[in-house]
Design a protein around this ligand. Structure first.
Ligand code: NAD
Length: 354
């Protein structure tokens, strides 16, 4: 088993990575929690596959389990769903000494984190990450949020778990599209991290390869993300590097109105920004092609007709990360060397079109 410790000023917790964790959940959770009530939160896809067995293991370890299932999908990441869950916990007599476990992908992790952070001003929280996106990205770092209407992740907080369990066995039931979407973030992380990791993603030539190497990919991606989060928990510095490809990606994702997944839009965003920075001599020649080959090898999209449209620029203006008309764009001086390039929104049309 690999253990990566996230050691922050206010909290220290382990991310455990192993393909047998799903068989000994009670034992693992007992290492950080005494007997207590647990709100075991999942969604309508993950629930039928794993909820009963997870609850059974936890009950056998002495925990008192309240099973909570919400509809799968982004629409469950809302304040109203969080409120309903909190009400159910209150009715079941949850106190400040109890806890929430998120069993699922990024939606359940983000929603579970919000519920845990709000219930009685904050109770203990654990993640069992079941999608690749959750394993390599969302379960690490403590960002929790729900959406308000069309505005994603607008209400939330930094709320770190007590433990994060990553078992690639769960990925056996994940669809290829969901898996590949998460892999876009792995390619991103490998380019940000170091040449060794980037060479490793260079060897991934198919979806089967992702599945075969999932544990090693997760381990490396989590190690990088944990190091960035430890350097900058609240995203005022190095954590911004994780937004590589995301500024353009978010705009494209919104314009696609659900046709593109987040990771797919980020894949397009990475190529769009890299090719421009390469043309401007900020990124080294050939790096865009290297990224492109990794993304296309697993069927990720890398182009979009939305780039350069008026709506695209309007979304950049409304980007949460637009500060006083300036965007902090992430570029790569070389593999393993991310940098922030400040661009005025007013200069974006010329930057995008040339
Ligand atoms: N907090 C963060 O730092 C952070 C980072 C990245 C993404 N996110 C958030 O994460 C969400 C995206 O994550 P996601 O792609 O995991 O979404 P998701 O939770 O909706 O999972 C994707 C799909 O896979 C299903 N699923 C999950 N695990 C499964 C399994 N083992 N077997 C079968 N089906 C399974 C889900 O039911 C869902 O249908 C977004 O809401 C995004 O905003 C948060």
């Amino acid at each position: 088993m690999s253990t990566i410790t996230v050691d922050l000023a206010t909290k220290k917790y382990d991310v455990k990575i192993d393909n047998t964790l799903h068989t000994r959940l009670g034992q693992e959770i007992s290492t950080v929690w005494s007997a207590r009530k647990i709100a075991l939160l999942t969604d309508s896809n993950v629930g039928p596959l794993y909820l009963k067995d997870t609850a059974k293991q936890l009950r056998e370890a002495g925990f008192d389990i309240l099973e909570l299932e919400v509809p799968a999908g982004e629409s469950s990441k809302s304040l109203s769903v969080a409120g309903e869950l909190i009400a159910k916990m209150a009715t079941a007599g949850f106190t400040r000494g109890d806890g929430v476990i998120a069993l699922g992908g990024g939606v359940i992790g983000d929603l579970g984190g919000v519920v845990a952070s709000l219930y009685m001003r904050g109770i203990a929280f654990i993640q069992i990450a079941t999608s690749l996106t959750a394993q390599v990205d969302s379960s690490v770092g403590g960002k929790t949020a729900v959406n308000l209407g069309n505005t994603k992740n607008i209400a939330g907080s930094f709320y770190q778990p007590d433990l994060d369990l990553v078992d690639v066995t769960y990925l056996n039931t994940l669809t290829d599209r969901d898996l590949v979407e998460g892999y876009a973030e792995v390619v991103k992380t490998s380019a940000l991290a170091n040449q060794d990791f980037f060479d490793f993603t260079g060897q991934i030539k198919s979806v089967v390869d992702i599945r075969h190497h999932a544990q090693e990919l997760s381990k490396r991606a989590i190690a990088y993300k944990a190091s960035v989060v430890m350097a900058d928990e609240k995203e005022s510095g190095a954590r911004q590097f994780l937004n590589f490809g995301h500024t353009f990606g978010h705009a494209i994702e919104l314009l696609a109105h659900g046709e593109l997944r987040h990771g797919e839009a980020v894949a397009i965003g990475m190529i769009a920004i890299s090719s421009r920075f390469e043309q401007h001599g900020i990124m080294p020649r050939g790096l865009t092609t290297e990224l492109l080959s990794r993304l296309e090898a697993v069927g990720l999209p890398t182009q979009s007709h939305f780039i350069g449209t008026t709506d695209f620029f309007n979304h950049l203006i409304n980007d949460k990360k637009n500060h006083d008309g300036v965007l902090n764009l992430v570029a790569l001086g070389k593999v393993g060397q991310p940098i922030i390039v400040k661009k005025k929104i007013a200069d974006m049309p010329a930057f995008v079109e040339n």
